[in-house]
Design a protein around this ligand. Sequence first.
Ligand code: ZN
Length: 417
Amino acid sequence: MTSILIKDINLNNTTSDILIEGNRIKIISENIDFQADRIIYGTGKSIIPGFVNMHTHAAMALMRGIGEDMSLMDWLYNKIWPTESKLTDEMVYWGTKLACLEMIKSGTTCFNDQYWRLPYAVKATEEMGLRSVQPFVILDLLDESKSEKLKVECEKMYELSKNWCDRNNFSIGIHSPYSVSEKMILWASEFAQKRDLLVHLHLSETKGENEESRALHGVSPIGYLEKLGVLNSKVIAAHCLWIDDEDIAILAKRNVKVVHNINSNLKIASGYKFRYKELKAAGLTITLGTDGCASSNNLDMIETMKTTALVQKGWRGDPTVLPLDELISLATVNGGRALGIKCGVIEEGYLADLTIIDTNSFAFTPNINFLANLIYSANSSCVDTVICDGKVLMEKRVVEGEEEIIKMVNKLYKKLL
Ligand SMILES: [Zn+2]
C-alpha cells in the first residue's frame, strides 16, 4: 500500500502531521514517525477537505462563453441544445479533461456530473484522477417515442458502469420535470430505486418553469414530482430556487438533497432568493455547485462559496445568515453526505481527498481568520496541492498533461461554432 506523509501542516488552527495509506486518512497526529513513500512539507500551508461540486456539466467547459447574456430557455433551446447536437466523443473527452484540470487547480476533488456520451466523460475523469458521480441522462423533450431507445441505452450503460474504477459511481439523470415525459420520469425513478442509484435533476430553477407547471399540472414542479411519487433521499435536486413553504415541506418529508448554484442562477438571471434559512430549518442537506461552464463560466468552488454568502447576506439583510463554518460545510462534508461517499471531512478513516492551501500571500496576511481569508480574500490560485483517493493530482500547482489539454480544446472548440 502506498503512503503519503504530510508534515507540519495547519489543520483547524493546529499544526499536525497526516498519514495517508492507500486511499484513506490513516493517522492525524502532532508528530508521526513513519517512513512514507512520499513526504509533503506543509509549513506555511493549511489543509482542507477537497471541495465537492454537487452540480455541473463538466464537458461544457468546451463551451465556455458560447452563449452570453441570454435567459435560460433562450440559451437552452436556441444555443446549447443545437450546439450539443454537434458534439463528438472526442470533444466530450477533452472537454471533461479541461473541466477536471480546472477543478483540480481550484481544489475540487469530487463532482456530481450530468452530461452526454458517458463513456468518454468517465474515461477522462478516470485518467485525471478525480472522484465523480456520472449519470445516464434522460431527456426526451416530452416525446414518448424516444422512450424505448432511452431505456435500452440506459440498461446498457448501467451494465458498462460495473467496469468503472471505484472513484466513479453511476447514477440516473432526469434532466428536469419540464423536459422529460411523465412516462420516462416514472421509469427512470423506478430503475434507480431498484438498483439503489442516485437521481440527479434540475428542479424549480426559474419562475417560468414554476408557472408552467402550475398551469399544466396544477402544482409546482416539486408538487408534480411528489404526485408522481419519485422524490426520496437519493434524489439530488439542483437549484430549488422558486419554492414555497409547501415545496420545502415536501423536500424535507422526502429528505431530498438540495444543490444551490448561485453563479449560474445570477448570470442567467433565473433568480437569487435561495431560501437557505428555511431549507436549513427544515433539516435539509444543502450543498453547492457551480453548474456548467456554459452558464457560470467556471468551476470555482471558492468563488461559489463567496457569492453564495454575499447574496444570502444581501437579500436577507442579515450578516449572520451564513457563518463561515456552515459555508465551508456546504462545499465539502454536505456534498459527501448527499452522495453517500465518505469524503469532505479530514478525519481518520475518511477518504484521502484533500486540498492544501498556500497561505504565504497577501490574501492570507494577517491570517487572523483562515476561513475568512480563504473565502472572502483569496481566490483559487491559493490552491497549492490536491490529493484525491490517496493520489497526488497536483503539487505546487503542476498538473500532469495541462498543456496538451489546453492545446486540444483550443483545436476542437472551433468545430462547434
Ligand atoms: Zn445544470
